[in-house]
Design a protein. Sequence first.
Length: 80
Amino acid sequence: KSDLKNCKPVAIASYERILDPETGPSEVDRFAAAIEGKAGLSVIAEEARECVWKELIVNGKGNANTYRDRDGNGPDESQY
């Protein structure tokens, strides 16, 4: 039985904090801890998270596209 039917936030994941080398691994751990053990959700082992984060975010491996991968204006270059 899933407890996701009572959908209410228990954690907010910050994309910017996940990408930041100083806060990324701990942000991933915090978010993963919030969903770990929930029915129907698979979360990688805690001891593997920092290594996977480094490979995806720092080394750019896998299919993790970030705003850094886009052409054109970045978030600090937009003009309104």
